[in-house]
Design a protein around this ligand. Structure first.
Ligand code: NZQ
Ligand code: ZN
Length: 389
């Protein structure tokens, strides 16, 4: 295990009705709240009315910024920064999924920065402060509610870029599993795939002697496999939503990454699909992940994949390691299919025309050629994309 620092300062308020407790967390920071949300799901499911009612009861003044899209754009961040400055908002309340939370984080940092917020996304060392961000989470997937990351897309440059800074941690996040009841099945499934991918990115790393992290990873994966299908068939099953919601938060709040060296692989490839084709993040990962697993399976990695097959999927050890590894990978792909997720890029409207450009951009994005679990050059990434067609 490598040395590490673990810092997770976000207060989590978990359970039914917990948005109400968020108000008390916000009060010390002032009165003027910019409430940020997406394309209207919160108006349909009643979360908008609940949150607006709580804000009014607690004496907050509110301005709204709506229309944050999935794969949130830098243009929306700029609009938010202008709204904060024009009115003097003292804090941001994000009500939505990862896209809304990410957009809010960069608005918060951009509001105390003189230049264009895209500069912060490209160079996080420029982030030297941010307004306080609070979250009412309505989609569980990204872990953004408890981490220092935001992912913003710039359609002009065809970049989808992650930015990390300790100033981007939300102060407090309300996680009410019943807020997830109205998620469309494809979003529930994409959230499960994204959660699993965050775990895979840490589980499949070369660092040795990380038993505790690996068992945590296996537990989170088993949680997704057990409760994902339940949430899909019974959208209002509280136990399913609660277990998935907390699993998603823990998958990317830094716990699984402690003491592990190296960088992620599948996200670098999936972000290119987001930048070029605006595809749903979790769906892109569901396609890429099994293909990546098959591509990197070798004498060097087979034992790890065999462990995965046994410890996560419950296959019996009494078969050779390569057979077991393939069974684990096939089970992963079948699970995504059973959840209604795509398994081919063509299902996402992606053709092969930009694979080479996308592959060339994916490699430096995460130093895939030097720091990935199995180093990948641009031709490897392009081959993985092709195998997904
Ligand atoms: O926009 P609205 O109308 O709210 O609809 C949303 C959106 O269409 C809908 N939705 C959310 N909650 C709902 C709901 N519909 C009905 N009922 C509810 N309760 O779901 C759709 C997807 O929402 P979005 O916020 O885009 O989903 P997600 O949470 O998966 O966020 C994806 C974004 O986060 C980034 C992804 O790349 C992508 O841009 N990520 C952020 C990370 C981070 N900050 O750490 C890490 C991840 O790896 C990821 O890259
Ligand atoms: Zn992700």
């Amino acid at each position: 295990m490598e040395n590490f620092d673990f810092y997770a300062p976000t207060k989590i308020l978990f359970g039914r009705g917990k948005s109400a407790s968020l108000m008390g967390e916000m009060k010390p920071f002032g009165k003027r709240v910019l409430m940020v949300y997406g394309g209207g799901s919160i108006r349909k499911n009643g979360i908008y009315d609940t949150v607006k009612g709580l804000l009014a009861e607690n004496g907050f003044e509110v301005r709204e910024l709506s229309g944050v899209t999935p794969n949130p754009r830098i243009e929306k961040v700029r609009e938010g920064v202008a709204a904060v400055r024009e009115w003097g908002a003292q804090m941001i309340l994000a009500v939505g999924g990862g896209s809304t939370v990410d957009c809010s984080k960069v608005i918060a940092a951009g509001s105390v920065y003189e230049g264009d917020p895209w500069e912060l996304v490209k160079n996080p060392s420029l982030i030297q402060g941010a307004l306080p961000v609070f979250v009412v989470l309505t989609m569980s997937a990204t872990g953004s509610e408890m981490n220092p990351t935001a992912v913003i897309t710039n359609p002009e440059t065809k970049e989808k870029q992650g930015v990390h800074s300790s100033f981007l941690f939300p102060r407090a996040s309300a996680l009410d599993p019943s807020c997830l009841y109205t998620l469309p099945p494809i979003q529930t499934a994409s959230g499960v795939a994204d959660t699993m991918s965050h775990v895979f990115e840490e589980y499949f790393k070369a660092t040795e002697d990380t038993y505790v992290q690996d068992k945590l990873c296996e537990g989170l994966l088993k949680t997704c496999i057990k409760w994902g299908p339940v949430a899909l068939t019974e959208p209002e099953n509280y136990s399913a939503r609660a277990n998935l919601m907390w699993a998603a938060t823990m998958a990317l709040n830094g716990l699984c990454a402690c003491g592990k060296a190296g960088k992620w692989s599948c996200h670098a490839m999936a972000h290119q699909l987001g930048a070029w084709y605006d595809v749903t993040h979790g769906a892109a990962l569901a396609v890429i992940t099994p293909a990546w697993m098959r591509y990197i399976l070798s004498e060097d990695t087979v034992e790890r994949f065999a462990d995965y097959a046994v410890n996560v999927w419950g296959f019996s050890r009494d078969q050779d390691a390569f057979t077991l590894a393939s069974m684990g990978i096939d089970a992963t792909e079948q699970f995504f299919m059973d959840c209604g997720l795509p398994t081919h890029l063509s299902e996402l409207g992606v053709g092969e025309e930009h694979f080479d450009e996308m592959a060339r951009a994916a490699v430096p994005y995460a130093n895939l050629d030097t720091m990935a679990y199995v180093p990948l050059k641009a031709q490897d990434v392009a081959a993985i994309y092709r195998s997904c067609l």
